[in-house]
Design a protein around this ligand. Sequence first.
Ligand code: COA
Length: 171
Amino acid sequence: MGKEERIAIYPGTFDPLTNGHASIVRRGLQLFDKVILAVASDTPKTTLFSLDERVSMAKEAFKNEPEICIEPFRGLLVDYARERGACALLRGLRAVSDFEYEFQSALMNRRLNADLETVFLMSDYRWLYISSTVIRTVAELGGEVEGLVPEPVVRRLREKYPKFAEKGINA
Ligand code: COA
């Protein structure tokens, strides 16, 4: 009998995807055969990018990496993970401040599905200070975010924010 494929789900809003997220997904592939980057459609956050935009930016960013699959999801994460045959949720930890929320979510998800493990990777030090909000704020005010997000995200941010677009023209 063939070895069963080990699938992990890396969930998030990804508004937008950052190099911090990309690093966690790629490192996750050292532990799993496939990682599904699952883009949340039900989110209490007011997003800059639509669900389609968030999905398509991520697809572009990982277009040459077939073990990374991008999908939108709605509803409970544990139900989606079960549907996809995943054995784990993958999460990144940047600082102690992430811990409380992650601990709470991991325990709740475990209560909902005890067969699904949550696996945490410590964020690389290069991405400790970035979040999607920091990226959006800096780009909106015309600051440079190149090198902190994948190239397709830089392009979409220039389309959204005139001040950031000017930076690209003058560079
Ligand atoms: N590098 C850079 N930034 C990171 C990061 C990393 N490694 N890990 C997280 N972040 C950032 C995210 O970009 C996000 O930034 P923002 O707040 O500025 O948007 C912030 O840290 C929080 O990220 P995260 O905790 O992943 O929240 P999220 O909103 O992206 O995703 C879901 C939350 C979708 C995973 C969660 O709401 C969910 O599971 N929803 C489904 C419904 C459900 O099952 N709920 C019960 C769960 S117990």
